[in-house]
Write a protein that binds this ligand. Structure first.
Ligand code: PMM
Length: 282
């Protein structure tokens, strides 16, 4: 069973992208054996969940065919689930979600919150499993043109609430809906910082909240003068760990990250501050 009620600390979801072109780790785990080995490493590092995805959502990315997406993810989900890992399937396609559930996936993580495929909500309702519904305004090919808000936090909260209501009308139980503000999806750096700074408002919607800032470009731009290139994704893990600390302080249910070990260290600090055990330093 996946604990859906926010615990004393966020769950750590480790990312396994079985893609040739993800911005954060594209190509590294493209072969099933490499992806499975990476998933095992993340479990050993302490991940509570493993998120397996076969479609890159970086801005401008083209979509793989359904057959190709299935070929990428199903063997990885099957292997990791059979070894006892709690696996979520990161997909916008009901057919892929269905095959992954058959292979042992316990959660569906849909960055489109069911909007990209009209069959998704019914499938998840039928399966009776948790559903991660991310704030989304359109496919990656042109999503940045949709990064227009009056007040990004108010608008994202309203759109998430509307999605949660629609998903419940499709038969997904309220207590199986996890919300995610969708960092980097139809958002500028300014929008991402506003959402992170007011994360308590997203948590206030009353559903568990997943935070996915890991290695995203807005973190890579920190300390870089305007116009210069952001730091490469693999050099964004320290700032990611700090955002995980912040997410813990705001009551997030989970954090979706690439560097599980650094995240756990950051969450340990949050824990120690919440419940100091009185040990003497240094
Ligand atoms: N980001 C990415 C992919 N899937 N799922 C959720 N729920 N939230 C996210 O923020 C999210 C996601 C893109 O990042 P990646 O290329 O590092 O996987």
């Amino acid at each position: 069973m996946i604990p859906l009620v926010a615990g004393p600390r966020p769950l750590v979801m480790g990312v396994v992208n079985v893609t040739p072109d993800s911005f954060s780790d594209g190509g590294e785990w493209f072969e099933p054996e490499a992806a499975i080995a990476h998933g095992r490493e993340l479990v050993r590092a302490g991940a509570d969940l493993i998120d397996v995805g076969g479609e890159s959502t970086r801005p401008g990315a083209e979509r793989p065919s359904v057959e190709e997406e299935l070929r990428r993810v199903v063997p990885v989900v099957r292997a990791l689930a059979s070894e006892g890992a709690v696996v979520s399937i990161d997909t916008m396609r009901a057919a892929v979600a269905e095959a992954a559930i058959d292979a042992g996936a316990a959660i569906v993580n849909d960055v489109s919150a069911g909007l990209a495929d009209g069959d998704m909500a019914g499938l998840v309702a039928q399966a009776g499993i948790p559903f991660i519904a991310m704030h989304w305004r359109g496919h990656s090919t042109d999503m940045q043109s949709r990064a227009v808000y009056d007040d990004v936090v108010t608008d994202v909260c309203r759109e998430l609430r509307e999605r949660a209501d629609a998903l419940q009308e499709s038969g997904i139980r309220a207590d199986n809906i996890i919300l995610d503000p969708g960092f980097g999806f139809a958002k500028t750096a300014e929008h991402n910082w506003a959402l992170l700074g007011r994360l308590d408002e997203v948590v206030g919607l009353g559903h568990p909240v997943l935070v996915g800032t890991s290695r995203k470009t807005f973190l890579g731009r920190l300390g870089r003068p305007g116009g210069s290139a952001p730091r490469p994704p693999a050099e964004r893990d320290l700032s990611t760990a700090v955002t995980s600390f912040h997410a813990a302080r705001c009551g997030a249910w989970g954090v979706r990250v690439h560097d599980v070990a650094a995240t756990i260290e950051a969450l340990d600090v949050a824990d120690a501050l919440r419940a100091p055990d009185g040990e003497e330093g240094p």
